[in-house]
Design a protein around this ligand. Structure first.
Ligand SMILES: *Cc1c(COP(=O)(O)O)cnc(C)c1O
Length: 475
C-alpha cells in the first residue's frame, strides 16, 4: 500500500526528521539506482493542537502572558513572552494540575476496580493512592513491542526503591491498551496491572485501562514528566510528549522521533544515542539510562528546593521547555510548513499544468513517453579529466539517440562527505548533435574519482525522480 501511495504522489513526507531519513531507506527499492539521500521523501515534523490539550490553569497562564489568539498566525513573539512567567506562576499551575490529575485518577481507579468485581475495601483503597506533592511521571501508549512499555520493569527492585524513597517519592500513572491480536502487548499490560497491586507499588503506581483521548487529556495536563521509551528508530514522530509542553510538563524520552530533533540538555532528558545496536543490547542500555537519569537528574532537580519550597532549576527548565518547544511543536507551525514549503508551490504547478486545456501536462506526458522509449539506447562514454582554473574539468561524450538534449540533464554527482550535502553539477552541452559533447568543472577539494557522470530526466516543473525515476550512470 505504501508503494502504491508513493507512486501516485507528487511528494512524500516523513513526520519527523529522523522518520524522513528512515523512510528514504525503506523506499530506496522504488528508486534503486538513485542515491539514498535522493529518494524523494522530505519531512514535516508533526505538531499538536494545544487548545485541545492545555489545562484550565495553563490556558489562564498563557492567556495572561500571550493573549487568547496566541496560537494563530506567526507565534514568533511567544518565546520572549513565556520567558517572563514567574516561578510562582509556574509552580502554582503545576500544583493545581497535579492535584486535579490525582483526584481524577482515584475516581477512575475506583470505577475500574469496581467493574472488575473487587471487594468494597479494595475499591475504597483507591481514594488514597498517590500524593499531591510527589514527582509524578506519566506514561501512556498503545502497548506494543517497539514502544517498550516495560523498560521501567527491567529491574523491579530498583524501580521500587525509586518510587518509595521516603523523602523524595516518585509516582507513576500509566495507561494503555493493546491490539487484541498483540499477545506481547497484552502480556505487558498484565505485568503492569499485577505490579500495581503489590503492596510496595500500590500507593505509587496506577495503571488505567482504556487509554483514549479523554484520558490522555487528563494525563498530559497533570504530570511533571512524560516518559516515552520507543526502540529507536521505530517511533515515526510520537506526539504524546508534545501534549505536555503547554502544561509545563517535561519530557524524558528515547532519542527518537520528534525528540531526536527537539531534545537539548537544558530542555529535558534523553535516553539512547544515534548509534546502531543489536535489539537486546539497546534495550539494556536504554533501561540503565532511564533509571540513571531518573535517579541522578530528574528526582534531585525536582526536590532541590529554595527557602520558599520552590525547585528553581526545575522551573527554569519548565520555562525554557514551554517557551522554546511549545511554539515549534504546535499544529499551527506544522500546517504552515506544509502550506508554505509544499502546498503553495504544488498548487501553482497544478495550475500551470492544467492551463490551456492541460497543454503542459500533455507535453510532460509526451516527454515521459519519449524518454521511456529511447532510454535503453542512451550511452555515456568514458570521461576525460583534466585540470583547469576551477579544479577538475570533465569532458564526456554521450549518445542521446532520439532524445533531445533539453529533455535530460548530464550531471557530475558525488556522494556527501562528512554529513555535508551531495555534490551535483550540471555539465554543459558544447557540441549538440546525436553524439553530444558535454563539459564542466568541479572544485578540486575532493578527488576527481569521487565524481560520476550520470544522465537524468529534466523538464520544467517536473519532480525528478518522484515522477520519473530513469537514471543512467557512467560505467
Ligand atoms: C497522542 C495520543 C496517541 C499518540 O501518541 P504517540 O506518542 O504519538 O504514540 C495515542 N493515543 C492517544 C489516546 C493519544 O492522545
Amino acid at each position: 500500500m505504501a508503494y502504491l501511495a508513493m507512486r501516485g504522489s507528487l511528494a512524500t513526507f516523513g513526520v519527523s526528521r529522523l522518520h524522513g531519513a528512515v523512510s528514504r531507506k525503506i523506499f530506496q527499492p522504488l528508486f534503486s539506482r538513485w542515491s539514498e539521500i535522493e529518494v524523494p521523501v522530505a519531512h514535516v515534523t508533526n505538531g499538536v493542537h494545544f487548545p485541545s490539550w492545555d489545562s484550565p490553569s495553563a490556558d489562564e497562564l498563557w492567556t495572561a502572558a500571550c493573549g487568547k489568539e496566541r496560537w494563530r498566525g506567526m507565534p514568533d513573539a511567544l518565546p520572549a513572552l513565556v520567558s517572563r512567567l514567574s516561578n510562582e506562576q509556574l509552580w502554582t499551575m503545576a500544583g493545581e494540575d497535579r492535584r486535579t490529575l490525582i483526584e481524577r485518577v482515584r475516581i477512575r481507579l475506583a470505577r475500574q476496580l469496581r467493574s472488575r468485581g473487587h471487594l468494597p475495601e479494595i475499591v475504597s483503597g483507591a481514594a488514597d493512592v498517590l500524593e499531591p506533592s510527589a514527582l509524578t511521571l506519566g506514561f501512556a501508549r498503545p502497548f506494543t513491542g517497539y514502544k517498550r512499555p516495560n523498560l521501567l520493569l527491567e529491574d523491579e527492585a530498583r524501580l521500587a526503591r525509586l518510587l518509595n524513597d521516603p523523602t523524595r517519592p516518585v509516582q507513576l500513572v500509566l495507561a494503555g491498551k493493546a491490539h487484541p491480536a498483540d499477545g506481547e502487548g497484552k502480556e505487558m499490560i498484565r505485568r503492569w496491572i499485577e505490579l500495581a497491586q503489590r503492596p510496595e507499588f500500590r500507593q505509587r503506581g496506577v495503571f488505567l485501562e482504556d487509554y483514549d483521548i479523554a484520558l490522555a487529556q487528563e494525563l498530559v495536563q497533570g504530570v511533571d514528566v512524560w516518559v516515552n521509551t520507543p526502540r529507536r528508530p521505530w517511533e515515526a514522530c510520537g506526539t504524546s510528549g508534545m501534549k505536555v509542553l503547554v502544561n509545563g510538563g517535561l519530557n524524558l524520552s528515547e532519542c527518537d522521533g520528534w525528540w531526536a530533533e527537539a531534545y537539548a540538555p537544558e530542555l529535558g532528558w534523553a535516553m539512547g544515542d544515534d548509534r546502531e545496536y543489536p535489539k537486546d543490547e539497546r534495550d539494556l542500555r536504554d533501561a540503565e539510562a532511564l533509571y540513571a537519569i531518573l535517579e541522578q537528574q530528574v528526582v534531585p532537580e525536582f526536590y532541590d528546593r529554595d527557602a520558599d519550597g520552590m525547585p528553581l532549576q526545575w522551573l527554569a527548565r519548565v520555562r525554557r521547555s514551554m517557551a522554546q518547544l511549545a511554539p515549534t511543536y504546535s499544529s499551527g507551525r506544522m500546517a504552515r510548513d506544509y502550506v508554505e514549503q509544499y502546498y503553495l508551490a504544488w498548487a501553482a504547478e497544478l495550475r500551470r499544468r492544467t492551463a490551456d486545456a492541460s497543454a503542459r501536462a500533455r507535453a510532460m506526458r509526451q516527454w515521459e513517453v519519449r524518454l521511456q522509449r529511447h532510454w535503453p539506447l542512451v550511452r555515456i562514454a568514458t570521461p576525460t579529466i583534466s585540470r583547469d582554473a576551477a579544479g577538475w574539468l570533465f569532458s564526456v561524450t554521450v549518445e542521446l539517440g532520439e532524445i533531445a538534449p533539453e529533455d535530460v540533464a548530464v550531471q557530475l554527482y558525488a556522494e556527501p562527505c562528512e554529513g555535508g550535502p551531495a555534490s551535483r553539477v550540471e555539465l554543459c552541452c558544447t557540441a549538440p548533435n546525436a553524439t553530444a559533447l558535454y563539459a564542466g568543472s568541479v572544485p578540486d577539494d575532493r578527488p576527481a574519482r569521487d565524481y560520476t557522470v550520470r544522465i537524468v530526466p529534466r523538464h520544467p516543473g517536473a519532480a525528478v525522480p518522484a515522477e520519473l525515476s530513469l537514471i543512467l550512470w557512467q560505467n
